[in-house]
Ligand binder design. Structure first.
Ligand code: AMP
Length: 186
């Protein structure tokens, strides 16, 4: 199964992707995780991406396309994928269609988790305490939400136009949301 998971920061995408990955036996590709690893390892990509990440802005489309082309070209993707954190704007959505078209591995379903902003600010404050992510401070969280609203939210329309979008209520227990997502895949 080839899935794109959409939803604002703090909507539980990462948690749900990890559960779906185990159920479906496909790799979970989180561009946020890949970037954080690159920053930690001090790779050229990490060095270039760090300032944008710390400010809650998007890393450039060109850097992201290199990263995604490399990852999606790996052999494990033949089994399918759950993409989490990409595409983040319409240009990335078009670029992804092109890359996946070339690989003959197009997206089959876009699952969007709906959670409103008030809930998210609280969730991210909790995550900041637990994980100490440097981009979970209140100011940066607000910026990430603004970036989501302006640039990422329109991506759901891209998949809706192609008949691939399923929207799922992202409020509830991890189990409940997981069941909704699984139902939306069938
Ligand atoms: P995430 O863990 O998905 O919230 O990503 C953390 C940060 O990594 C984001 O706030 C962006 O700075 C950067 N990032 C992750 N994915 C992308 C993407 N597809 N395009 C641009 N920047 C990204």
């Amino acid at each position: 199964m080839r899935i794109v998971l959409l939803g604002p920061p703090g909507s539980g995408k990462g948690t749900q992707a990890a559960l779906l990955k185990d159920r479906l036996g496909v790799p979970h590709i989180s561009t946020g995780d890949l970037l954080r690893a690159a920053v930690r390892d001090g790779t050229p990509l990490g060095i270039k991406a760090k300032a944008a990440m710390d400010a809650g802005e998007l890393v450039s489309d060109a850097l992201m396309l290199d990263l995604i082309e490399e990852r999606m070209g790996a052999p494990d993707i033949q089994a399918g994928y759950i993409l989490d954190g990409y595409p983040r704007n319409l240009a990335q959505a078009h670029a992804l269609d092109e890359v996946l078209g070339r690989l003959d591995l197009p997206v089959q379903k876009a699952l969007a988790l709906n959670v409103d902003e008030d809930q998210i600010v609280g969730r991210l404050a909790k995550r900041a305490e637990q994980e100490g992510r440097s981009d979970d401070t209140e100011e940066v969280v607000r910026n990430r939400l603004a970036v989501y609203r302006e640039q990422t939210a329109p991506v759901t329309g891209h998949y809706a136009e192609r008949g691939l979008l399923a929207e799922v209520d992202g409020i509830g227990s991890i189990d409940e949301i997981n069941q909704r997502l699984t139902a939306a895949l069938h």
